[in-house]
Design a protein around this ligand. Structure first.
Ligand code: G3P
Ligand code: CA
Length: 257
C-alpha cells in the first residue's frame, strides 16, 4: 500500500483466503485453494454442505447454479451428479475442467502443509460427519470451524471441545456500542461452550470489541475484505485476522500501523 517512513512498525496479519482467491481463480475449487497456499495464506476458508446421497462437498450457495455449468440444489443432487459439473469454466475458460471438490479432497490437498483450514458449515446436522472426516484424515490440529448457526457450533463443541470454533455474525443490531459489546460477551458465554472466536463482519467491529476478543486470547477472523481502506483501519484498531478475496494484497504488502 505504498512507501513507509523509517521506524514504521509493520505487522503482517493472519490472512484467511476466502473461498480460495476468487479475485484470481474460481471460488471453492482446488485451483483456487492451491493459489491461496502459493500466495502465502495462513488459512484457507471454505464452505461445506451435504449432497442428496449424504456426501460432504464444497459449495457456498445452496444451489450449483452460479458457480458451475449445472442447475439444482446441492441437497437435491447426488455426489456423482455434482462431480460431473464444471466449476471453473464460468469463471474463465482456462479453468475449464475444475470440479466441485469433496470435503475429503479439500482436506487431503493440504494435509500436513503449513496452512490452517477454516471450514464453514453451511448446513446444520452435518457436524458429526464433518468431525469424522477431519479425524479420519488425522487433521484435528489443522482445522478451525465456523458457522452462522450458534447452536450448530454448540453441537461441534460438545462433540469435540478441542476444535477451535468461530461464530460468524454481523453485529449491526443492536446499534449502540455498549449493546454490541454486551451482545458479544453473551455469545462467548453461551451455553457450555468454553470459548468461541467472534468472527464478526468487518463493518461490525471496533477497537473495544477487538480488544475484548484479544484479551480472551481469541483468534477472531473478520469478513470479507475486498478493498484496502477498511483493512488498514481495522488493523490499526487491533484486528488480527482478515478474511479476504484478495490474499495477494495482504500477504505481499506489509501494513503501516
Ligand atoms: O468466512 C466468512 C464468510 O465466508 C461468511 O460469509 O457468505 O462468504 O460464507 P460467506
Ligand atoms: Ca464462507
Amino acid at each position: 500500500f505504498g512507501q513507509y517512513p523509517e521506524n514504521t512498525i509493520i505487522q503482517r496479519p493472519i490472512v484467511a483466503a476466502h473461498r480460495g482467491v476468487p479475485s484470481q481463480a474460481p471460488e471453492n475449487t482446488m485451483a483456487g485453494y492451491r493459489l491461496a497456499y502459493d500466495l502465502g495464506a495462513d488459512q484457507i476458508e471454505t464452505d461445506v454442505q451435504r449432497t442428496k446421497d449424504g456426501q460432504l462437498v464444497i459449495m457456498h450457495d445452496n444451489t450449483v447454479d452460479r458457480t458451475t455449468n449445472g442447475t439444482g440444489a446441492v441437497d437435491a443432487l447426488t455426489l456423482e451428479e455434482i462431480r460431473a459439473l464444471d466449476a471453473g469454466v464460468k469463471y474463465d475458460q482456462k479453468f475449464a475442467g475444475e470440479k466441485v471438490p469433496t470435503f475429503k479432497e479439500f482436506l487431503q490437498g493440504f494435509k500436513g502443509k503449513n496452512v490452517l483450514l477454516l471450514v464453514e458449515l453451511k448446513d446444520k446436522g452435518i457436524e458429526q460427519q464433518v468431525i469424522d472426516e477431519i479425524k479420519s484424515e488425522g487433521m484435528m490440529d489443522q482445522v478451525s470451524i465456523q458457522s452462522f448457526y450458534l447452536d450448530s457450533m454448540q453441537t461441534m463443541n460438545n462433540i469435540s471441545p478441542e476444535l477451535p470454533i468461530g461464530y460468524l455474525f454481523s453485529a449491526s443490531v443492536p446499534k449502540t456500542v455498549e449493546a454490541k459489546l454486551q451482545n458479544a460477551k453473551k455469545m462467548v458465554d453461551y451455553g457450555t461452550m468454553n470459548d468461541v472466536n467472534l468472527n464478526a463482519s468487518y463493518g461490525s467491529i471496533y477497537e473495544e470489541y477487538i480488544q475484548y476478543s484479544r484479551q480472551r486470547g481469541q483468534m477472531s477472523m473478520h469478513w470479507t475484505f475486498r478493498a484496502e481502506d477498511p483493512f488498514a483501519e481495522k488493523l490499526k484498531q487491533g484486528m488480527i485476522g482478515p478474511i479476504t478475496d484478495y490474499t495477494q494484497w495482504l500477504t505481499a504488502s506489509p501494513i503501516q500501523l
